[in-house]
Design a protein around this ligand. Structure first.
Ligand code: PHE
Length: 342
């Protein structure tokens, strides 16, 4: 045992006074001490000469020594790699170039919020094509070819074949749902729509809608009001008031537009509400019997309500976006303001 302790102490002294500043020197150190024929292996072999009663103590000493050599070797390795890096002129401790991470578009966030509110009420999501035929966009919706209300929605027609157009509302998706499903029907239709408008702060040639349709037995105007009232409270908060004004849409009868109390001035009157205290957010009504019959739905048995809103408008009211063009200009200074708010 004494010999062993002595030997280990000598080795430690030798190792402590060893320097290995180059990769070659580190490798030489490794071979001498830790290699297959290295001194650590050799001294470990001395175990067999240790008396049985000392084996435990000797084992501990030897293990400790092995660890000591390995740590020394590790510190050499670290030292030389930083020498190499410095030689290559690289400072690995500098922070990396940040990679900018995108954010969700405010319209997507608001659309998702609208959709999730209606999903909680049991509405399913339906989508359809942006390039539509006349029937699904107009005809089926009780807007025959000579109907003056077609002028309400300035339509982009496909020049090669005017039987095709860019949908002016997602009511076209409702038409496709009624074509393929039987009542009860409960869907919302989010999507992009197109209208031939001059681009300004208040109008754009495309925007986004969420329309809804509910058809079942005994669906009443009271259901419509309560559903939309629930939506407004979830979207804008419990303090917001609503009012319905009689209106006209060819596909609903009776029809109503819904206003909410102005969120900007709280109803006192400001520029956004044109000093009325109210702002319009959607159109709605009871599905016209003719629309139901167009899809073979018995209008004596079934009734339904429908509504449609613009996502940009909801976003404008919620986040005070005062220019519609901002949504499609892709200015990151605008877009990144919406990170994580909905
Ligand atoms: N489709 C109408 C529009 O785009 C909105 C609407 C939908 C109105 C359903 C009433 C019922 O203006």
């Amino acid at each position: 045992m004494e010999q062993l302790v002595q030997l280990i102490n000598n080795y430690k002294q030798e190792i402590n006074s060893t320097e290995a500043a180059t990769p070659d020197a580190v490798e030489a150190f490794r071979i001498k001490w830790l290699g297959t024929k290295g001194l650590v292996k050799t001294i470990m072999g001395e175990m067999k000469n240790v008396a049985a009663e000392n084996k435990k103590e000797a084992g501990q000493l030897l293990n400790e020594f092995k660890l000591f050599v390995e740590q020394k070797h590790g510190s050499f390795t670290l030292g030389t790699s930083s020498i190499q890096e410095q030689a290559a002129g690289i400072d690995w401790s500098l922070p990396g170039d940040p990679t900018p991470v995108g954010t969700r578009h405010p319209l997507s966030m608001v659309r998702n919020k609208i959709v999730s509110i209606f999903q909680r009420l049991g509405f399913a999501v339906a989508e359809g094509p942006e390039i539509e035929d006349d029937w699904h966009n107009f005809g089926a919706m009780n807007l025959p070819e000579d109907h003056p209300a077609r002028d309400m929605q300035d339509t982009f027609y496909i020049s090669q074949d005017p039987a095709w157009l860019l949908r002016t509302h997602t009511s076209s998706v409702q038409a496709r749902v009624m074509e393929t499903q039987k009542p009860p029907i409960r869907v919302i239709c989010p999507g992009r729509v197109y209208r031939n408008e001059t681009i300004s702060a208040r109008a754009h040639c495309f925007f986004h809608q969420v329309e809804g349709l509910y058809i079942d037995e005994n669906v009443s105007f009271a259901d419509l009001k309560q559903t939309l009232y629930f939506f407004v409270q979830e979207m804008f908060g419990k303090d917001v008031k609503v009012r319905f004004r009689p209106s006209y849409f060819p596909f609903t009868e009776p029809s109503a537009e819904m206003d909410i109390s102005c969120l900007i001035c709280g109803g006192d009157g400001c520029n956004v509400c044109k000093h009325t205290g109210w702002v319009e957010i959607l159109g709605s009504g009871m599905v016209h019997p003719k629309v139901l019959e167009n899809f073979g739905i018995d209008s004596n048995k079934y009734t339904g309500f429908a509504f449609g809103m613009g996502v940009e408008r909801i976003c404008q009211l919620k986040y005070r976006v005062n220019d519609l063009r901002l949504y499609s200009q892709n200015d990151v200074r605008f877009l990144k303001q919406f990170t994580g708010i909905v």
